[in-house]
Design a protein around this ligand. Structure first.
Ligand SMILES: NC(=O)c1ccc[n+]([C@@H]2O[C@H](COP(=O)([O-])OP(=O)(O)OC[C@H]3O[C@@H](n4cnc5c(N)ncnc54)[C@H](O)[C@@H]3O)[C@@H](O)[C@H]2O)c1
Length: 356
């Protein structure tokens, strides 16, 4: 007997377990569900951070598959499980091949598998790059909102590295009520910078757009700075560029020299996760031998367990949690199912009787 996953993951856990049907959800379907729902997704991400902060999730370390012959590439496995009302298990399997970009192919690609918590059966495979970009941007917009309260809302934003993630972050900031007087853009690639400028102009943003030749110029003239590069090691090393105490969304994690973190207030999404894989916080820990430079997590800030000082630069470094992908993926699954557009693969699970 098979069922859709909503029945299998429904309230009545005492029912006899049934094998869920297996569905495939395309990027086009994912995009249709998520587009224009920025506020709702930011709320979902906030709820997930709270649940994760309260221990209602299982989120082991991400596993990095790397290749000796392709050192810039990697594929990351992010397994996770979340309880509460959402109640779903799963895995995001996402590649990063930065060399794709020169050939006009996006850097990241991936799939998200959702598993039924009753039977363990996978019940859906979703295109994951849009889910991933969406949860990353929602987390950034949430952090910008919560971390700027008490220090004044920034009106000058600057983006360092302007690929897909920067575009999603801008869309999420705009979609959750942010507007800017000035938008600074800096990218090593003139094509990327021009593409992002084109996106901004099309999006109808009112702010003045300035293209910066250097990261220094952009940082000095922005109150909110978004790093979304593919830098493998720190390329921003001068603390004096941050003398105006900006809020920094350090989404690409490896741009800032550890000395800059050590002179700043640092907030992360998850301490154990973030102090790995040579992120800038990991380098700061290696340099000092301790974690004293961390104020806490975004969940700590949201819950009021820590107070964010306004007299230092404030840096948010989100490692990116698999639970966020799961929750956004399950949200998409539920919407596609309720609209009747779920594409089920008939007979995906075939050997369902132990002895034939
Ligand atoms: N923390 C998270 O949860 C999370 C989630 C998703 C992606 N990311 C990270 O976000 C980053 C951006 O992803 P994307 O898909 O937009 O990549 P992308 O390849 O589309 O864009 C990256 C851009 O950065 C530019 N760049 C590289 N080095 C630079 C430098 N030193 N200074 C200025 N510009 C530079 C490139 O020219 C490119 O335009 C990646 O590092 C990715 O790993 C983080």
């Amino acid at each position: 007997m098979t069922s859709t996953a909503s029945a299998a993951t429904g309230q009545d856990r005492t029912q006899q377990a049934t094998v869920p049907q297996f569905a495939v959800i395309s990027g086009a379907q994912v995009r249709r569900v998520l587009q224009g729902r920025e506020k709702e997704i930011v709320e979902l991400v906030e709820t997930t951070y709270r649940l994760h902060g309260a221990g209602a999730s299982v989120n082991p370390p991400s596993y990095f598959l790397r290749f000796p012959d392709r050192p810039s590439a990697r594929i990351i496995a992010l397994p996770a499980s979340i309880g509460g009302q959402m109640c779903v298990d799963g895995l995001k399997w996402i590649s990063s091949f930065p060399a794709n970009v020169a050939a006009g192919v996006p850097r990241a690609s991936g799939v998200l598998i959702l598993n039924d918590p009753d039977t363990g059966y996978p019940f859906a495979c979703l295109e994951a790059s849009i889910v991933s970009a969406t949860r990353t941007a929602a987390s950034a917009a949430l952090a910008a909102d919560r971390l700027s309260s008490g220090r004044g809302r920034p009106t000058r934003v600057g983006f360092v590295g302007v690929g897909l993630i920067a575009r999603y972050i801008h869309t999420f900031l705009a979609g959750t009520g942010w507007s800017f007087d000035e938008i600074g853009v800096h990218d090593l690639s003139a094509d990327s910078a021009a593409g992002f400028r084109g996106y901004l102009e099309q999006s109808g943003t009112a702010g003045r757009i300035t293209m910066h030749d250097s990261a220094e110029e952009l940082i000095r003239s922005s109150d909110l700075i978004v790093f979304a590069t593919v830098a493998a090691q720190p390329h921003v090393t001068d603390l004096s560029w941050f003398a105006h105490n900006p809020l920094v969304l350090h989404v690409s994690l490896r741009d800032l020299a550890p000395m800059i973190l050590l002179a700043s207030t640092n907030v992360v999404d998850d301490i154990e996760h973030c102090l790995k894989a040579n992120t800038s916080p990991h380098l700061a820990e290696q340099l000092t031998g301790n974690r004293d430079f961390l104020l806490g997590t975004l969940a700590d800030v949201i819950a009021g367990r820590v107070t964010v000082p306004a007299d230092r630069p404030l840096i948010f470094s989100p490692f990116g949690l698999g639970v966020l992908d799961l929750v956004v993926g399950k949200y998409v699954y539920d919407k596609v199912m309720s609209s009747g557009d779920l594409q089920v693969i008939d007979d995906f699970f075939h050997e369902l009787h132990r002895y034939g």
